[in-house]
Ligand binder design. Structure first.
Ligand SMILES: [Zn+2]
Length: 446
C-alpha cells in the first residue's frame, strides 16, 4: 500500500482536507481523510507537504498525431487551417503516429493528465496500423486511454471539405472501427483502454456513416464522439447541406444521449443546451483551440447551469500548440469570465470540469474524477512551494496561475511522473521523437 500524506487534499465533489491523506492499495484508493493516515504496512510514503493533491485530470478531446504539425496556418480559420493541413496529414504513417502520440501523451502527463482520449480520423491506405501505433504509445507512457476510431467518407467530390485522397469508403470505415473495438476495447472495471466510435464531423462524413456509426456503437456498448458546432462556417455548412443547425442535425440522426460527447459545441442555441441537458449529452470544451482558431467561446456556464456534462480538452496540438491540460483550467475560467462576468465560473468549478466533468463525458464517473475509497488511484500531486506558495488558496494557485510542477502523477497507483519528470519512458527521447515525427511527415517540404 502507498500513502500520500501532509498534502492539501481536494477530493472534488466532496470534502477538502488542508492536511489530509490518501491511501492506495494496488490500483484503487482505499482511504481519504483529514490528518495522518491510519497506521499500516505501507510500501511507500509520499510526503505531499506544500503540495495540492487532486484527482488526475481527464482530457476529453485530442488528436495526438497533430504533434507532428504544430505551428502551421497560424492565422487561419478552422476551414482554412484544415484545408492547409489535410494534404500534409495524407502523408502520415504508423511511425509518425507512434512518435507523435508518445510526445503528446508525455506532454499531457506532465500537466497532470491521467486519462485521455484521442480522436484519430486520417487513415491513408497502406501506411501501417495507425490505431495500433497510438495504443502502443499510450501503453508505453502509461496513461489511461480512450482512443476514438475516427473516420471521414465525404470528400470534396461529395460536397465535403477534405480531399478525396484522405477519406475512406463508408463500409471499410465501419469495419475498421469494429475491428478496433474487437482488438482493444476493455469494458472491465478499472479498464486502461476503452474505444469509442467517432466519425470526424458533419462536414467530412456522410449521413449514412453518422447513422451507422451510432448503430454500431450502441450494438457494441461503446461511446460516440464527434466534432460539433465548432465554428460559424460549420453552422452555415449544416444549414446549406441539411437544412438545420448542427444540434438539430444530431438530434435527427439519433446522436444525442448519455453515451455521446461532442468536441467544442461553441455555437449552441438555447434549444441545443436544453437538448444536451435532457439527454445527458456531453461537451469537451477546448478553450485554447477555440481561441487560436477564433471560433468563439462555448456557453459552458449555461451548459453547467442546465446540468449537462462538460469536460475539458486540449484538442490537437496543431490548433493549440504545446497546450498543457492544467492550463485549460485557467483558460476555461478566463473565457467564461470574459464572456459573462467574474462569477461565471469559480476556480473549484474549473477544477471539477477538468476532473469529474471529463469523467462524466467518458462515462467513467464511478471510477475516476474524484478522490474517494473504491475509486481508481489516479492522482495529481502539484508542487505549490516557492512562488506558487504566495497564493493563499492552493486551488486558486493551480487554476489562476501557470501550471505548477508535479511532485507526482499516479495512474492506477503507478508512478508516471515524479519531480516534474516522466518516469515511464526517457523524457528526452520521447521529446526527440516528436521532432522526428515532424521531420518524417514533412520530408522535404518547407
Ligand atoms: Zn478536434
Amino acid at each position: 500500500m502507498i500513502v500520500v500524506e501532509n498534502g492539501h487534499v481536494v477530493t472534488v465533489g466532496g470534502d477538502e482536507y488542508p492536511a489530509g491523506h490518501v491511501v492506495i492499495d494496488g490500483d484503487r484508493i482505499v482511504a481519504v481523510g483529514p490528518g495522518a493516515a491510519p497506521p499500516g504496512e505501507y510500501s511507500e510514503r509520499i510526503d505531499a507537504g506544500g503540495c495540492l493533491v487532486t484527482p488526475g485530470l481527464v482530457n476529453t478531446h485530442h488528436h495526438l498525431y497533430q504533434w507532428a504539425t504544430q505551428g502551421f496556418v497560424p492565422d487561419g480559420t478552422l476551414f482554412e487551417w484544415l484545408t492547409g493541413l489535410y494534404d500534409i496529414w495524407a502523408g502520415m504513417d504508423a511511425e509518425v503516429v507512434a512518435d507523435a502520440a508518445a510526445a503528446g501523451l508525455a506532454w499531457l502527463a506532465l500537466s497532470g493528465c491521467t486519462t485521455t482520449t484521442d480522436h484519430h480520423y486520417v487513415f491513408p491506405r497502406g501506411r501501417g496500423d495507425l490505431f495500433a501505433a497510438e495504443v502502443a504509445a499510450a501503453r508505453r507512457i502509461g496513461l489511461r486511454f480512450h482512443p476514438c476510431r475516427g473516420s471521414m467518407d465525404r470528400g470534396r467530390s461529395q460536397g465535403g471539405l477534405p480531399p478525396d485522397e484522405v477519406v475512406e469508403d463508408t463500409e471499410a470505415a465501419l469495419l475498421a472501427t469494429e475491428a478496433a473495438i474487437d482488438a482493444y476495447h476493455d469494458p472491465a472495471p478499472g479498464s486502461m483502454l476503452r474505444v469509442a466510435v467517432a466519425p470526424c464531423s458533419p462536414f467530412s462524413v456522410t449521413e449514412k456513416l453518422m447513422t451507422e456509426a451510432a448503430a454500431l456503437a450502441r450494438r457494441r456498448g461503446v461511446r460516440l464522439h464527434t466534432h460539433l458546432a465548432e465554428t460559424l462556417d460549420e453552422d452555415e455548412h449544416c444549414r446549406a447541406q441539411f437544412g438545420c443547425t448542427p444540434g438539430e442535425y444530431m438530434e435527427r440522426l439519433g446522436w444525442l444521449g448519455d453515451d455521446v460527447w461532442f468536441a467544442h459545441c461553441v455555437h449552441l442555441d438555447d434549444a441545443d443546451i436544453a437538448r444536451f441537458a435532457a439527454t445527458g449529452t456531453g461537451t469537451a470544451h477546448c478553450p485554447s483551440s477555440n481561441g487560436r482558431l477564433g471560433a468563439g467561446i462555448a456557453r459552458v456556464a449555461e451548459l453547467l447551469a442546465a446540468g449537462a456534462p462538460v469536460g475539458l480538452g486540449v484538442d490537437g496540438a496543431a490548433s493549440s500548440e504545446l497546450t498543457p491540460l492544467a492550463g485549460e483550467l485557467r483558460q476555461a475560467l478566463l473565457f467564461q469570465r470574459a464572456r459573462s462576468g467574474p462569477r461565471a465560473l469559480t476556480a473549484r468549478q474549473a477544477l471539477e470540469l477538468g476532473t469529474l466533468g471529463g469523467a462524466r463525458c467518458l462515462g467513467r464517473q464511478d471510477e475516476i474524477g474524484t478522490l474517494a475509497p473504491g475509486k481508481l488511484a489516479d492522482l495529481a500531486i502539484w508542487r505549490l512551494g516557492g512562488f506558487h506558495a504566495a497564493v493563499a488558496d492552493p486551488v486558486t494557485a493551480l487554476v489562476f496561475g501557470p501550471t505548477p510542477p508535479l511532485a507526482r502523477l499516479l495512474v492506477a497507483g503507478r508512478t508516471v511522473v515524479a519531480d516534474g519528470e516522466l518516469r515511464t519512458a526517457p523524457q528526452d527521447a520521447v521529446a526527440a521523437g516528436g521532432v522526428r515525427a515532424r521531420d518524417r511527415l514533412l520530408g522535404g517540404r518547407p
